[in-house]
Design a protein around this ligand. Structure first.
Ligand code: SAH
Ligand code: SF4
Length: 363
């Protein structure tokens, strides 16, 4: 589906649902109801500036129209099924979608901003061996509306104050470049200056390294920033832990990254998960430094989050420091990213539906 087409909920007949809808879908809806076109802009503002969740809140509309919408049109955001907050303040939310599937998102409050980690698919087809989501396989793509829904629901749930910056990372479940049309549809809604108005530079799409998808993303004039999960420094090891490497190896990936258009001062983030005894040797650090130096990039080092059945271990503390030193000495900008929300299973790569746990415990 083309990303600027109406969201599937609105296009599929039956009772329409406006939650997460794009401008075009709202225009079509309003026209179908025989209402004036400016009503679509009022709906868009109610949904994304005010983040209203009930028709009776739409005070900009006439009472008669509100009643008609109440009778004929749904306003159903994804439902939060379970929320768990870690000691560091990160909250993992499990969202229940219209068809009973679940995805997860994480809300991370910082002193000067809020970062939201959101999902693009139910599951993931990429099969990375260290990743809990990868192990569940792919169930389906999310619609643009479902992607936007995670953002609106988390902002409402945490009473996000007006004016506080929001950073968005597509680092929840899924490979966003496998669902680029809907991800870009969501991007358009999320960045709309008359809506949530999240600046494009505050949105980051993280990919496992799908080269054709990287090229396609680069062809959009307005687009999110790019992060790539590198995670290994030799094809032999990357083949083993990230099957995508067998189709597009490290050299092919570097070529695609070099060709990726960047704004002035913009850099590509290389994410590197350290797996003890697998990808955390001194030689790895040297090769990572060389790979990063050859690109306009910065590196995020992520200690592996252990999860059930993973078969990998987190690196030793000293290893992270060593990597950090070697990269810094090579002139590479580097950050250590300790995943927030680790103890609630909300950290990178732990976003997988674990039913007994989700149903069995409440904070
Ligand atoms: N599919 C996309 C985005 C989601 S994964 C991608 O792979 O980039 C987000 C990040 O979490 C990736 O960098 C991935 O390498 C990392 N990750 C996956 N499992 C992890 C784990 N168990 N511990 C730490 N990071 C993990
Ligand atoms: Fe999918 Fe990313 Fe997990 Fe790989 S690391 S399986 S691409 S979610």
């Amino acid at each position: 589906m083309n990303w600027d087409q109406p969201a599937p909920e609105l296009a599929s007949g039956g009772r329409p649902n406006v939650a997460g809808a794009c401008r075009e879908a709202l225009k079509a809806l309003v026209a179908g109801l025989g209402e004036k076109p400016f009503r679509a802009a009022q709906l868009f503002e109610g949904l994304y500036v005010h983040r209203w969740t009930r028709w009776d809140q739409f005070s900009t509309l006439s009472k008669a129209l509100r009643e008609r919408l109440e009778a004929e049109v749904d306003l159903a955001w994804p439902a939060i099924q379970e929320s768990r907050t870690a000691e560091d303040g990160a909250t993992k939310h499990a969202f229940l979608l219209g068809d009973g599937q679940q995805v997860e998102g994480v809300h991370m409050p910082y002193a000067d901003r809020t970062t939201l980690c959101i999902s693009s698919q139910v599951g993931c087809a990429m099969g990375c061996t260290f990743c809990a989501t990868g192990q569940m396989g792919i169930r389906r793509n999310l619609s643009a509306a479902e992607i936007v829904g995670q953002v609106v629901v988390m902002l409402n749930q945490h009473r996000h104050p007006e004016g506080r910056p929001v950073n968005l990372v597509f680092m929840g479940m899924g490979e966003p470049l496998h669902n680029l049309a809907q991800v870009m549809g969501a991007f358009e809604i999320l960045t709309d200056p008359k809506g949530l108005a999240i600046p494009p530079r505050r949105i980051t799409l993280s990919t496992s390294g799908l080269v054709p998808g990287i090229r396609r993303l680069g062809s959009y004039e307005r687009r999110p920033r790019l992060a790539v999960s590198l995670n290994a420094t030799t094809d032999a090891y990357r083949d083993r832990i990230m099957p995508v490497n067998r189709a597009w190896n490290l050299a092919a990936l570097a070529e695609a990254l070099r060709a990726f258009p960047l704004a002035k001062g913009e850099r590509i983030t290389l994410e590197y998960v350290l797996l003890r005894g697998v990808t955390d040797s001194r030689e790895d650090a040297d090769r990572l430094a060389a790979y990063a130096r050859a690109l306009p990039s910065k590196v995020n080092l992520i200690p592996f989050n252990e999860h059930e059945g993973a078969g990998y271990q987190a690196p030793e503390e000293g290893t992270l420091d060593l990597f950090c030193r070697i990269l810094t000495q090579s002139g590479v900008a580097v950050m250590i990213r300790r995943s927030r929300g680790q103890e609630v299973g909300g950290a990178c790569g732990q976003l997988v539906k674990r039913e007994p746990e989700l149903e069995g415990s409440k904070d």
